[in-house]
Design a binder for this molecule. Structure first.
Ligand SMILES: *Cc1c(COP(=O)(O)O)cnc(C)c1O
Length: 221
């Protein structure tokens, strides 16, 4: 099945209110255009250089989510080019994004990346750090950054129970933060979780953004 068929299949299968980011990292512009022609307008990239090269040649009505680990020295190049930066894994990064957004005169929308998986190498805030971040209203220090919600990954395992548990931990944190109705956090409504191998479990656990790469574009080199 080609890229266009995959896009159509996902569109039919996804419940209303769940958005799909087509994760095009490592795939050529020609494949992105195949998805675009099939109606896809939301794409995800994980490396700044690769993103910038693709972005400048592609149609301007594409919305981009940046989903990879973001290095401090690359922040400036991203500002103004993304719909959402999903992978905020430190306050330092927020501070930089805020400063660059001030300079550019834009408000940058982001998600906080939460680390719940068993893998030690993954980036992100712990659940406790995130709770602290909102309870202390630390986000108010960054008025040019709008926190739209949370992003996370489940443990990379065949153990469905573990995956469900990770997604439910993320969902509970998301709902807990929302239920506190913090001031200036009215648009906190996005929960990004689920990839090619586990998106059904993620949607069942309350995800409203799934990030799908290989199930659309095939294996990456
Ligand atoms: C690569 C990537 C994806 C897509 O993974 P697939 O398994 O190919 O669907 C999703 N989220 C993040 C953060 C990624 O880096």
């Amino acid at each position: 099945m080609g890229v266009a068929d995959k896009i159509k299949e996902f569109k039919e299968e996804l419940p209303c209110g769940v958005e799909m980011v087509a994760v095009s990292k490592f795939h050529p512009v020609s494949k992105i255009l195949e998805a675009y022609e099939a109606g896809q307008r939301l794409f995800g990239e994980s490396r700044v250089q690769e993103f910038l090269e693709k972005e400048k040649t592609l149609p301007k009505d594409i919305r981009w989510h940046f989903i990879g680990h973001l290095q401090s020295n690359k922040v400036k190049q991203l500002i103004g080019k993304t719909a959402i930066i999903e992978s905020i894994d430190s306050e330092k990064l927020l501070n930089l994004i805020n400063a660059e957004s001030v300079k550019a005169g834009v408000v940058t929308e982001v998600l906080l990346q939460i680390h719940v998986a068993a893998e030690e190498t993954k980036f992100g805030f712990s659940v406790e750090e995130a709770e602290d971040f909102f309870n202390k209203k630390i986000y108010t220090r960054y008025p040019y950054v709008k926190i739209r919600g949370l992003m996370g990954m489940a443990t990379n395992t065949d153990d469905e129970e573990r995956v469900k548990k990770d997604f439910s931990t993320l969902h509970n944190l998301f709902e807990k933060i929302r239920s506190k109705r913090y001031p200036d956090l009215e648009d906190f409504d996005r929960l990004s979780m689920g990839m090619s191998g586990d998106w059904k479990l993620a949607v069942a656990e309350g995800s409203n953004i799934i990030r799908i790469g290989s199930a659309i574009f095939g294996e990456r080199n």
